[in-house]
Design a protein around this ligand. Structure first.
Ligand code: KIV
Ligand code: ZN
Length: 551
């Protein structure tokens, strides 16, 4: 890297807009959405989608609620053309969905594009040419005037061919590609030149798409550019202003949101931000950001996991674990304090029925998009006792008493620390089983019987202590008191029971009861034990032996 980067790089010049309005606005409703997954997303794949993959993704986009879908570049290849034809000829497009196609300003390509749309119910023909100084200079070697002529010619060729699309409702779209790197005055000039050809009206609007083809500045600059165009272009009321952001500076979402504040009414993007380089705008994020503000995004992500499945299968891409809303880890807390706060927040939500979601660390309720609470907390060495207890309870119905959580939490953390990785709920349960339930040394239960008369319970127990048989007999006001008495009579360990609780285990191979017992030795030392049995009395005897085995 350069010591003085200003010798090689310079900031993008700001737009002069001292009375900019967008910072004082708020978003109140969803924009029109256009998915460009099948075009911009597809052209960025190492292996572009085949027709059946495109069909599957198209169906998912329709199901999600997209009403405008850029299906491809039909003049670019036979696969693209064939895909268009299948959508139209096999009646795969609902009547309210616009099929959008992209084309450059070349007559032969426009011919083929129009041909690909014959028979469509609704079509958007999207013309583009690149307008930034670098593109004009390096790629085309053309003056501003010549670049305007390219756009105007393309617009005219499209207009001339519209009669071929009888029976098709057509909308026209123009993109000054690389808009965000173009002088706003020139972007306006070329857009107005195209408008002059197409003659849009408030009743037959055209889409003016203003792409942030490559992010070259902060998102506030893009917002200024959008507001500048919205305020300075002729016949604004005959336009649907659209934003199309990429993500080179990782601010594609911010640029779109600020662009909407600045006056845009339509958004182009892809699922999970697939697209050239760092990607297109992630539409899922913008839509769910609106949802988080209580605005109906008009896209349905109730079953986000199956959308992820289709996306990954069709594109061969993977959704990163930290992807907003969709990533595997976004509803997962690793730190103990986060886990604790989430647990309290979820409990408050469930029990107190708050009207508005306000759970710490969770921006939305994961269940709204088909994610599950059990994904919220997983355990690694940074997790607190709360996370451990939550997992055991939510996954296996094991409700550890509070005080026992304090004992088992650090034991589990030590184990996880040794493993040096996150553990699953099943592994955590096994740690609990090893520590409490499966302890048989020195004490092991062989037999335990009770009889009760006039409120007095007598017990007889046959135990093994380090493999040797020990018989006990005792009495008390309950089976456990009788057992404690039996131990003391036989000169066994002397202790008292200081806490007890039990509950049925909801399901699983145990289909049984679990008892938790805390014992206290005469020297004041306490230990928890736990026992599982189909008979609750035996579960509690096992819990006593488990506690003794842990002393
Ligand atoms: O990023 C871009 O500028 C595009 C245009 C073709 C709209 O994808
Ligand atoms: Zn793009």
């Amino acid at each position: 890297m350069h010591k003085n980067p200003s010798k090689k790089y310079r900031p993008f010049p700001p737009v002069s807009l001292p009375d900019r309005q967008w910072p004082n606005r708020v978003l109140t409703h969803a924009p029109r959405w256009c998915s460009v997954d099948l075009r911009d997303g597809n052209q960025a794949l190492a292996v572009p989608m085949n027709v059946s993959q495109k069909l599957e993704l198209f169906q998912t986009l329709v199901k999600t609620g997209f009403k405008e879908i850029e299906i491809g570049f039909p003049s670019a290849s036979n696969t693209e053309f064939a895909f268009n034809r299948r959508l139209i000829e096999e009646n795969r497009t609902p009547d309210d969905v616009w099929l959008q196609v992209l084309v450059q300003a070349r007559e032969d390509l426009i011919d083929r594009t129009v041909e690909s749309l014959i028979g469509a119910k609704k079509a958007i023909i999207h013309l583009y040419n690149s307008t930034s100084p670098a593109q004009r200079r390096v790629v085309f070697g053309k003056s501003e005037q010549e670049i305007v002529e390219v756009a105007v010619r393309g617009a005219q060729w499209i207009k001339d061919r519209l009669p071929r699309l009888k029976g098709t409702e057509v909308m026209l779209q123009y993109s000054p590609e690389s808009f965000s790197a173009t002088e706003v005055e020139f972007a306006r000039e070329i857009s107005e030149a195209v408008m002059k050809v197409w003659q849009p009206t408030p009743d037959w609007k055209m889409i003016l798409n203003l792409p942030d083809t490559v992010e070259v500045a902060m998102p506030n600059v893009y917002a200024d550019q959008i507001e500048w165009i919205c305020r300075n272009i002729k016949n604004r009321d005959s336009l649907i202003v659209s934003v199309h952001t990429h993500n080179d500076r990782s601010t594609g979402v911010a640029a779109t949101e600020l662009g909407l504040l600045a006056g845009a009414e339509r958004v182009e993007g892809t699922l999970f931000g697939n697209g050239e380089r760092t990607g297109n705008l992630d539409i899922v994020t913008v839509a769910l950001n609106l949802y988080q503000h209580g605005i109906d995004p008009k896209l349905d992500f109730t079953d986000l996991n199956s959308i992820i499945d289709v996306y990954e299968r069709c594109t061969g891409m993977t959704v990163p674990a930290r992807q907003p809303y969709a990533g595997e880890l976004v509803f997962t807390a690793f730190s103990g304090s986060h886990q604790d706060a989430i647990r309290k927040g979820l409990n408050e939500w469930k029990e107190n029925g708050r009207t508005h979601w306000d759970v710490p660390y969770l921006t939305i309720d994961p269940t709204d998009i088909g994610r599950e609470y059990r994904e919220v907390i997983r355990v690694n060495s940074q997790s607190g006792k709360g996370g451990v207890a939550y997992l055991l309870e939510s996954q296996f119905g094991i409700e550890l008493p509070k005080d026992m959580q304090r004992e088992f939490g650090p034991i589990a953390n030590d184990e996880v620390d040794k493993l040096g990785r996150e553990v699953t709920a099943a592994e955590l349960k096994q740690m609990f089983w090893n520590e409490y339930i499966e302890r048989t040394s020195p004490w092991q239960l062989k037999k335990f019987e009770t009889e009760s008369k006039n409120g007095i319970v007598k017990c007889r127990a046959k135990l093994l202590c380090d493999g040797k048989v020990v018989e006990l007999a005792g009495q008390g006001n309950g089976p456990l008191a009788a057992l404690v008495h039996g131990f003391s009579k036989a000169d066994g360990p002397s202790f008292e029971i200081t806490a007890y609780s039990e509950h049925a285990l909801s399901s699983g191979e145990e289909a049984a009861a679990i008892a938790y017992i805390q014992i206290k030795r005469s020297d004041g030392k306490t230990r928890w034990g736990a026992g599982v049995d189909t008979n609750i009395e035996l579960a509690s005897v096992r819990a006593v032996l488990s506690a003794l085995n842990r002393l």
